[in-house]
Design a protein around this ligand. Sequence first.
Ligand code: PLP
Length: 440
Amino acid sequence: MTNPQPPPASDSRRPRSAELYERACRVIPGGVSSPVRAFRAVGGTPLFIARGAGAQVFDADGRAYLDFVGSWGPLIAGHAHPAVVGAVTEALARGSSFGAPCAPEVELAERIVAAYPAVEQVRFVSSGTEAVMSAIRVARAFTGRDLIVKFAGCYHGHADHLLVAAGSGLATFGRPSSAGVPEAFTACTRVLPLDDEAAAERLFAADGARIAALIIEPLPANHGLLPQRREFLEALRRLTRQHGALLIFDEVISGFRLGPGGAAQWLEIAPDLATFGKVIGGGMPVGAFGGARAIMARLAPDGDTYQAGTLSGNPVAMTAGLATLDLMARESGWEQLEARGAELERLLKPVLANCPFPVQLVRVASLFWLSFHGAGPPRTAAALSARESARFAALFHAMLDRGIYLPPSGYEACFLSLAHGSAELTRFANALRDALGAIE
Ligand SMILES: *Cc1c(COP(=O)(O)O)cnc(C)c1O
């Protein structure tokens, strides 16, 4: 089953992007390196981005857009922040990778351990996907069990055994899982609905002794933004503990985004293992996973659980993460972002109240989602109707025409950065008022 797309129509307003897309489609499947970038959920030709500065990106045709994608989460300080660029440039001049230990990885590890109480030791990898894969492997090794529990609508990267009911990219394509994943690979994966203690209790009552770990995005942010009731997460903490299973918080988005202690601090719930990515790499390819020393000791070379990476912990990527976290601490970044989020909420309230069809703002700290769900923002992974999807697509293009770059899917959260000040938020609110008025 494929999802064929007619050859890209040449977009006369963005000729350079259109030309690049045509070339890309010849040599890259779908013309993109990650599916959601292809604009399939909203139609049209993806923008090719030439550069970014602060809250803006500039496309290959030289047009500027106020950006709410932020590279899907990493760019909490904004695009090309001088402090990050400076630190990375200096690190790069000293050599990009040695395949040997370096000081910046120790410093970044110390920073994570100090900020996140449940993590006593951490290991670096090069993506969130790898972080989750490795955390699951060590959880299985530590417990001597095979089963993994995940939640419908939570995305944990594209490892085979987790590509089940997994978030927006898949929801967008209306596919429950992926081709190319043998059933035997997902036979050890169980999927639960979010927001449902009783379902979790039933599963643990039946299979608890075989469950190695339960993994969840403590703030699910890959199928819209679905803040969970705290009692639900507390129930998961209790159940996993009762049954000797590990609780894994996938903090690839929420880690160092909600605050230095991530969603664990926000919820006051300590997981056994946590995975990180996005913000801790400051825009470079970085992931990490960590937990109690006793669990992490299972990893090679001390333990029997293999895990490795050619570019893991390289000094350039580590330095980008350190520079970003330093900047956030120096500028009280998380407090600032909370204030910006609150301001956005104030600005959007009258705009959304006057919209002729339902659109709701869901916001947690610097993450927000415009929910087009008619019945109000859901707490579980709910599909948008055809009508709601079409409305989002219309809004996306109406915003693009007004110089605002939203994520090209109604299931994706938007990101604020330190570069989104009052002027940018006001511009966004005004554009949204106009755009909502222009669509049906
Ligand atoms: C982005 C994401 C991942 C995967 O990270 P990659 O770096 O894209 O591999 C895993 N988990 C969550 C919660 C994510 O948001």
